[in-house]
Design a protein around this ligand. Sequence first.
Ligand code: SF4
Length: 320
Amino acid sequence: MKTYNHLFGPVPSRRYGLSLGVDLAAPKTCTLDCIFCQLGATPRTTLTRTDSPPMDAILAELRHWLARTETEKKERLDFVTAAGSGEPTLHLRFGDLFRFARAEMPGRSLLLSNGSLFYLPEVRRDAALADVVKLSLHAWDQASFERISRPHPLLRFDAILDGYRAFRQSFVGRLDLEVFIIPGINDRDDQAQRIAALARSFAPDTITLNTAVRPPADSTVTACPPERLRALNALFGTAVRESGTVPTRAAGELSGEALIALIERHPMALSALATTFGHSESDLRAFVEPLARQGRLRLFESQGTLFVGGIGTSSDPADH
Ligand code: SF4
């Protein structure tokens, strides 16, 4: 079995289903050095965009994966995801990955970016080739940006936000936003309101609040308690685009269509679904049981864990 240098997975993810990851950044190459980063400290922030690792080598691995992977497995793929050990838009040719994905790959394409280079028109142009783009916003001004993300000295918070607004104007795909909540740093109501107001100015389709679950770069960063996250969810829920088709975890609203879309090809543990939608397990269970009775999804147990799956999916989560 071939070991790939630039591909990982496919791996199941809570938000994006089954994802084949493409690592576009050598460890750890980033424009930022976030205090909450779970990859450890950035040795030296950079704004220099390069063709490293070589895009031709990455595309060769994708061609190999396509040629050697069974059709059934390929058809299960939800996303080809540009991600990895740093900021993928630092790769000068990341747009070529999305061109290739559009022409050759099953599933949709996804860019996970910290957004710091979106002030560059060429980055926005290539990012728009992805089907789904996830950006980040944890701060409300230059000072809070510097405190939380310890950016490269030339990065300007306002220019990045202008880039987000320009991108929203032209991007026809789904725009997701992630806000990392750090107790004592950006979790006060007034701070969260300022971030939400900025989010409102470019109206993402979804907002997800995240908090530390693995050891962060700065050991003083702690996890935001679930009850505080729930309170903030309501505050951020007003910032999403009304026409968005995917309900937000931040909005705290459950929609049968969104839930079924998430699990119809890959079952998820009930507990993971509850986290995804920002509800308690008991609330989530009360919501899915009537859908199961209506025959719109299935509830089943595997190895002591309760799963929610689509009508046509296997009961064995190891298959997915
Ligand atoms: S942008 Fe992402 S990879 Fe870069 S330092 Fe921040 S959390 Fe880590």
